[in-house]
Design a binder for this molecule. Structure first.
Ligand SMILES: C[S@@+](CC[C@H](N)C(=O)[O-])C[C@H]1O[C@@H](n2cnc3c(N)ncnc32)[C@H](O)[C@@H]1O
Length: 317
C-alpha cells in the first residue's frame, strides 16, 4: 500500500531518510542513473559497507528500487513512482543541494565511471587492446611519457617551478630546458630537491615566498604552480607575482584542487583553501594580467583518493 504523508510515521521516516548528506548524494545520482554498489562506492569515494547500509535504508523506505543483473544488484530512483509527498520532499532537498561543492566532485567521478563502463564494453569486444594501458604501466611505469612531452618545450627556455616541493618535476624539466628555477619556502623541501638534483647545474633552487617571489621581473619564459596555491593565504597575490616573473607572451600553468567539501582532508594536508571554483581561478588569473585563460577539470584518476584537480593554462598579456 502506498503511504501518504497524512500518516505521521511515514512523513517522519521520509524526512529521517533525507536527513543525511550521503543519502542525498546517493539519490541525486540514482535519480539519473541505474548503478551498482561498486559504481556508487567509486563515485562517492566511500567504503562498500557504508554505501550498502544507506542503500538498504533507501530501499526499505522505497526511495530506490533494485533489480538483479547477473551477480549484481542495480539501483535507481524513479521519481514518478515515489509517493507524492516523498517526491515533493525530494524536489525541495534537491533544489537546496544545488550549490554543494561535493556534488560537482561526484559528477566528475560519475562521468569518469560512466565513460569507463563504455570503455569496458569496448574492452570486451576489442580483446587485449583494452588491456594496453595496464600492460604498458606494468611494463614501463607510469611517468616515462613525460620524457616524450618535455622535449617539446623550447630547449632555450627558463622555467620557474613555484612551490617546487621536493623537486621531482623541476629536476626532470632541467634535463630538457636551459634553466629551471625552483622556489619553495620550506628548507626541508629544498634540501630534498637539492639532493635529487644531484649536481644538475641548471637547476637553481631558491628559498622564498609565493607572495614575494625571489625572481626579477620577466625572468622566466614560463612558470608552473602545482598543488601549492591552496596553501597560500592570499592566492591573488601569488598569481600576481607569477605574472610579474613571466615575460610577455610566456605561459603559466596552475594545477590544484577543485572546490570540495572535505574539511578533514583540508585540515590533514594543512591547506588554507578547500580548492577553487574554475571561475575563481579564471577571474584571478585574468586579474593578474594573463589572457587566453583556460581552466579544465582533470579526469579523476581511478586510484586517486584526493579531491578532483583542475589544470589552468594562460598567457602573459
Ligand atoms: C603539496 S606541495 C607540492 C610540491 C610540488 N609542486 C608537487 O607537485 O609535488 C606544496 C609546496 O608548496 C610550498 N609552499 C606552500 N606555501 C608556500 C608559500 N607561501 N611560499 C612558498 N612555498 C610554499 C610547500 O613548502 C610545499 O613544498
Amino acid at each position: 500500500m502506498v503511504k501518504t504523508a497524512s500518516q505521521p510515521d511515514a512523513l517522519l521516516a521520509w524526512m529521517d531518510c533525507l536527513a543525511d548528506p550521503m543519502r542525498l548524494r546517493l539519490l541525486r545520482i540514482l535519480e539519473r542513473h541505474e548503478l551498482g554498489v561498486a559504481d556508487l562506492c567509486d563515485v562517492l569515494q566511500t567504503p562498500q559497507s557504508t554505501v550498502s547500509r544507506h542503500l538498504k535504508l533507501l530501499l526499505d523506505q522505497r526511495w530506490v528500487q533494485s533489480r538483479r543483473q547477473g551477480t549484481n544488484h542495480l539501483y535507481e530512483m524513479i521519481l514518478d513512482e515515489l509517493a507524492p509527498a516523498a517526491r515533493k520532499l525530494w524536489l525541495l532537498a534537491r533544489e537546496q543541494m544545488e550549490s554543494w561543492a561535493t556534488l560537482a566532485q561526484d559528477e566528475l567521478r560519475l562521468q569518469r565511471r560512466l565513460s569507463q563502463r563504455e570503455n569496458d564494453s569496448q574492452t570486451f569486444f576489442a580483446g587485449a587492446a583494452g588491456e594496453w594501458d595496464r600492460i604498458r604501466n606494468e611494463l614501463y611505469g607510469g611517468r616515462f611519457d613525460l620524457h616524450a612531452v618535455l622535449p617539446l618545450l623550447p630547449g632555450s627556455s627558463v622555467v620557474a617551478d613555484l612551490g617546487c616541493g621536493a623537486g621531482e618535476l623541476a629536476a626532470l624539466m632541467a634535463r630538457y630546458v636551459a634553466n629551471v628555477i625552483g622556489v619553495d619556502n620550506s628548507t626541508e623541501m629544498l634540501k630534498a630537491a637539492k639532493k635529487r638534483a644531484n649536481g644538475q647545474t641548471n637547476l637553481d633552487l631558491r628559498r622564498g615566498e609565493l607572495e614575494a617571489l625571489p625572481l626579477k621581473d620577466a625572468e622566466a619564459d614560463a612558470a608552473l604552480m602545482i598543488l601549492a596555491l591552496t596553501y597560500v593565504p592570499e592566492p591573488q597575490i601569488a598569481l600576481d607575482e607569477m605574472a610579474r616573473v613571466i615575460e610577455p607572451g610566456g605561459r603559466a600553468v596552475v594545477v590544484d584542487l577543485l572546490r570540495h567539501d572535505r574539511e578533514d582532508f583540508r585540515r590533514q594536508l594543512g591547506q588554507k583553501w578547500s580548492g577553487f571554483e574554475a571561475s575563481e581561478i579564471e577571474r584571478m588569473l585574468t586579474a593578474a594580467g594573463f589572457k587566453n585563460v583556460n581552466v579544465t577539470p582533470l579526469p579523476p584518476d581511478q586510484n586517486a583518493k584526493g579531491p578532483a584537480l583542475f589544470v589552468a593554462s594562460a598567457e602573459k598579456a
